[in-house]
Design a binder for this molecule. Structure first.
Ligand SMILES: Cc1cc2nc3c(=O)[nH]c(=O)nc-3n(C[C@H](O)[C@H](O)[C@H](O)COP(=O)(O)OP(=O)(O)OC[C@H]3O[C@@H](n4cnc5c(N)ncnc54)[C@H](O)[C@@H]3O)c2cc1C
Length: 434
């Protein structure tokens, strides 16, 4: 048995970890080893990737690129390949993943199973929208080939399906053309929630990437920093290369380094530094898309009790009030977050039965685990999200009540018909009963 934790480090649990090494033998391995759960890089914050006391099939050995068509940009690869590695191989060849989350250190299988999103949902949708086909191994030995033309219902269940429909062995993805690794970016400070909505609206037509950091400790209104960027086009362009030297958070402090006084200082500094730096810049896609990948194991900063991320999405119609109410609750609670991200999703309907992205506005916040006090804040935030017709993101979740999950994911019953009875996670037991 080995101790495994998820990204939020809320607890470490014993697991029997089996590494899937070879896609021809892996289906037999999972058939013989079931019940279990697939594990990618454990970048999910809560319990979607945990199976305490049980088996984990780690996909780190399924790391091969299988085929690439330079005419169409279609890539076939094994499910344990990291998004970072795809980018590093293909960007120099003028191709790139259309959608990447805020860290590249995730696997293709994990990105499909949570149908992850980037900063450009209004242009490309989510990761699942880039998938042409998958090969799925079930624990009874069945192999399902799913694409838009064949077994399309299995694709819809597996995109965003939290790893519960089978083990994705390989996937065929669409890459997009790019001329260079650089983006031309703009940094714009804003001083109210209305100003955020105006900027988001005004940026939709002309900017591919849009995202904002929000200072949720500010007493007056929601000030923040809005960032938007487009890929640099045309040959012969240049820009600053990111440093290859990564720093690592070297230890787990006994208590969280993120607390009310440190947050107040950080948020002030971050806002004013970026206000001062506001304007145009040229940036490499890695620091722009994944700024936190520069500090390895930054999740240790939250100390031995770990931390939660609370990420919701609410429809456009209710968004202004719901976001304001959430920020008010956070203010009142005295608990804050420096990783506070506010962004809009486009109008595209989700492809997966349990996909998180939907047309609307998403707010993601990290909170140090302060026990009951933090959980009570979440209960108040849940009510706001529920009343606004929104939902929470399972990839980030460790505690949402089953009723909120059911209310937010109306296709849950349809999804249950595709579950693999030999696969379960701590999250499936909590939210689906088994
Ligand atoms: C710093 C940081 C920033 C992030 N930013 C974003 C963001 O901007 N947008 C976003 O959407 N997400 C974001 N995330 C969340 C992250 O992208 C997802 O949790 C992602 O799914 C993690 O992938 P993983 O390979 O680590 O999978 P894991 O966390 O190990 O597993 C996730 C789920 O996928 C299943 N799974 C994994 N591999 C397979 C497979 N081969 N077959 C079937 N099921 C499988 C697991 O069973 C589990 O249910 C962020 C996470 C971090 C740590």
């Amino acid at each position: 048995m080995s101790k495994v934790h998820a990204w939020g480090r809320l607890g470490e649990y014993d697991h029997q970890v089996d590494i899937l090494r070879d896609r021809s033998r892996a289906p037999g391995q999972i058939r013989a080893g079931a019940p279990g759960l697939t594990f990618g890089m454990g970048r999910s914050y809560g319990d979607a990737c945990l199976n305490p006391g049980g088996r984990l099939w780690k996909t780190s050995g399924l790391d091969k690129l299988i085929a690439f068509d330079p005419q169409t940009g279609r890539l076939v690869c094994e499910a344990g390949v990291l998004l970072r590695d795809i980018q590093r191989v293909f960007v120099p060849q003028g191709w790139m993943l259309p959608v990447t989350p805020g860290t590249q250190m995730v696997t293709v299988g994990g990105a499909i199973a949570n149908d992850v999103h980037g900063k450009n949902h209004h242009v490309f949708g989510s990761f699942g929208d880039q998938i042409h086909a998958i090969v799925l191994a079930r624990t009874d030995g069945e192999i399902v080939h799913a694409s838009a033309e064949q077994n399309a219902d299995w694709l819809a269940a597996t995109i965003g399906g939290l790893g519960l429909t089978g083990v994705i062995m390989e996937a065929e993805l669409q890459l997009r053309r790019v001329d260079s690794p650089w983006l031309d970016a703009q940094t714009l400070p804003y001083n109210s929630l209305d100003a955020f909505f105006d900027l988001a609206h005004a940026s939709e037509a002309g900017w591919e990437h849009t995202v904002s950091w929000i200072d949720c400790m500010n007493r007056h209104d929601a000030r923040g920093i809005f960032m938007r960027a487009n890929h640099v086009s045309g040959a012969g362009q240049s820009g600053p290369m990111p440093s290859n030297k990564k720093k690592t958070m070297p230890f787990v402090p006994p208590v969280s380094l993120v607390n009310k006084p440190s947050l107040a200082v950080f948020n002030q500094l971050y806002f004013h530094l970026n206000r001062w730096r506001a304007g145009h810049s040229r940036v490499h896609y890695e620091p722009f898309n994944c700024p936190l990948d520069n500090l390895l194991e930054w999740n240790r900063m939250y100390g031995r009790r770990g931390f939660y991320q609370y990420q919701s999405v609410v429809p456009f119609a209710t968004a202004k009030n719901a976001i304001r109410s959430q920020l008010d609750e956070i203010q009142r609670s005295g608990q804050g977050s420096f990783l506070a991200v506010l962004k809009t999703f486009g109008e595209r309907q989700p492809r997966g039965l349990l996909s998180f992205p939907m047309p609307g506005v998403t707010l993601a916040l990290d909170f140090p685990n302060r026990g009951r006090k933090t959980l009570e804040l979440f209960e108040r935030l849940d009510r706001i999200v529920d009343e606004a017709g929104g939902r929470l993101y399972p990839a980030k979740d460790a505690r949402m009540p089953a009723e909120l999950f059911r209310a937010g994911y109306p296709k849950l019953n349809e999804f249950l018909g595709y579950r693999d009875p030999g696969i379960a996670s701590a999250m499936s037991r909590r939210l689906m009963g088994d």
